[in-house]
Design a protein around this ligand. Structure first.
Ligand SMILES: Nc1ncnc2c1ncn2[C@@H]1O[C@H](COP(=O)(O)OP(=O)(O)OP(=O)(O)O)[C@@H](O)[C@H]1O
Ligand SMILES: [Mg+2]
Length: 478
């Protein structure tokens, strides 16, 4: 039953059958949509939104300030005229019609609210500001808007009310139309100009952000061109000394380090292959010769020869494995107290006591892996015994928070120029001799990596005659 559609694994359901149900594609939420947009788009959109807000706020502020300033200047003139009329009325020098030349409309009302004096052409029957409005909105005088149409004046009027002696009231009004017209014009200009400005600024942002991001695109292209095998490729570094410049420089440094690591790995592999080749060739030759003439063959001798080469191979494999492990963890496998005095004595005891002599041994406990540290001593003693003329001396000192192990021999020593080089992998100075003894040139490399992993250091120095290997390790606290 379930196997009617062999091409579709899993339980059949409507979503699988039609393929038209909500596609299992990316989420459709606005946030997901926004995240999918390019960085350039998002930066431009954010900048434009901020600009739009700023422009709208600026336009609003401009209109408000401009409106207040214009109303304030109208009020100033109206108050000025009103005060002049109040002064005339109080002095009893007020004549009808009131002589004002700047178009201000003035009405003087007596205590009963009847109009007594007006400017030429002003209404003599109905006060510009009703008694009610005066009570509510300008009880002690003040400014207010009134509709000018009942008085035959188009648009609103700005009126100020002042009190004079004998309960009289002076109303001075000026037409507001010019001001409202210029405000309207300004608003229209802003309504048209602001969006245009916004579009221009958004376009400029789009271009500038595009230019800013161009070096990143160049970086990306450069990175895409670097293949796994391409050597000495670097990313383009922009001229501007900005964050992208720093990123490109850092990435190039990283590429250089990776390249160096890659080169050393390749070197190691080719060296290892080279080292493997000779014992394998030797085994093959011995077996071919033996099988070619099986009758007169000394089989135990052949087996011995093959065994010797096999041991060389297994030592090589062991050494490579040890180095690979050290490279991998860069920390000792165990981190426990190691009695270095005991370890030194026990390791030296494995050699011929006529050759290897143990000198002064201070009590010293370090932290780390006893197996690894034992291998360090064995590698150094192997080298010393191999090269010594007659004797090897091992000493252990503990001072200044450090344990110092020295392994000295009276052999030919190593020229100063080569004393660092021999710590490299597969480096042998006397290749013919170490080949006989089976050395691959990994011993000192393992010593250095192990000592480093234990937080210590190792170097070689002249022992006149011979060579002295000096290993320093931090003592365990307490
Ligand atoms: N005590 C020493 N006196 C003189 N030369 C030394 C001494 N110790 C090391 N060397 C030189 O340094 C080289 C590197 O030593 P290292 O221990 O790394 O390799 P090896 O002994 O040749 O091989 P392996 O240790 O892997 O068996 C040796 O081949 C040898 O030429
Ligand atoms: Mg060695």
């Amino acid at each position: 039953m379930a196997a009617d559609r062999p091409g579709a694994p899993g339980p059949p359901g409507p979503a699988r059958d039609t393929g038209r149900y909500p596609p299992p594609g990316p989420s459709r939420s606005p946030l997901a949509w926004w995240r999918r947009k390019s960085l350039r788009f998002r930066l431009t959109a954010t900048a434009s939104a901020a600009l739009a807000l700023a422009l709208a706020a600026a336009a609003l502020l401009l209109i408000t300030v401009l409106g207040r300033a214009l109303i304030g200047s109208i009020d100033d003139v109206a108050y000025q005229r009103a005060r002049e009329v109040v002064a005339l009325a109080d002095d009893g020098r007020l004549y009808d019609p009131i002589a004002v030349t700047d178009g201000t409309i003035i009405q003087v009302l007596d205590a009963q609210g009847r109009i007594t004096h007006v400017t030429l052409g002003a209404d003599r029957l109905v006060p510009l500001v009703s008694a009610r409005a005066m009570r509510w909105r300008a009880p002690d005088g003040g400014a207010l808007f009134v509709d000018g149409r009942p008085y035959g004046i188009p648009g609103p009027l700005r009126a100020v009310v002042l009190r004079a002696d004998h309960g009289r009231t002076v109303i001075a009004a000026r037409p507001f139309k010019d001001v409202s017209d210029s405000l309207t014009t300004t608003i229209h200009m802003l309504l048209v100009g602001t969006p245009i400005l916004l579009v221009l600024l958004a376009g400029a942002s789009w271009v500038i952000i595009g230019r800013t991001l161009r070096p990143i695109a160049a970086l990306r292209r450069g990175a895409a061109e670097i293949s796994g095998t391409a050597r000495s490729r670097r990313l383009p570094v922009p001229e501007a000394h900005d964050e992208v410049h720093e990123l490109a420089t850092t990435l190039n440094d990283m590429l250089a380090r990776l390249e160096a690591a890659d080169a050393s790995q390749r070197g190691l592999i080719s060296d290892a292959a080279h080292e493997l080749r000779s014992p394998l060739a030797s085994i093959r030759l011995q077996l071919e010769v033996a099988l070619g003439h099986p009758d007169g063959q000394d089989w135990p001798e052949t087996a011995e020869g093959v065994l010797e080469d096999t041991l060389r191979l297994s030592r090589l494999a062991e050494g490579l494995l040890t180095l690979a492990r050290l490279d991998e963890r860069r920390r000792p496998a165990r981190w426990e107290p190691v009695d270095l005095a005991e370890l030194t004595g026990a390791t030296a005891a494995r050699y011929d006591p006529d050759v290897v002599k143990v000198g002064a041994v201070d009590p010293a406990v370090v932290r780390g892996d006893a197996l690894d540290l034992g291998r360090v001593l064995v590698n150094l003693l192997d080298n010393a015994v191999r090269h010594a003329a007659s004797r090897v001396t091992v000493e252990l000192r503990a001072a200044g928070g450090r344990a110092t192990v020295t392994v000295a021999d009276d052999g030919p020593g190593i020229p100063e120029a080569d004393r660092e080089r021999v710590f490299n992998r597969f480096t042998r100075l006397d290749s013919a001799r170490s080949r006989d003894d089976g050395g691959a040139g990994l011993g000192l490399a393992i010593v250095r990596e192990t000592v480093r992993a234990h937080g210590g250091s190792v170097h070689l120095e002249a022992a006149s005659p011979g060579l002295r290997a000096v290993v320093r390790l931090p003592l365990a606290p307490g």
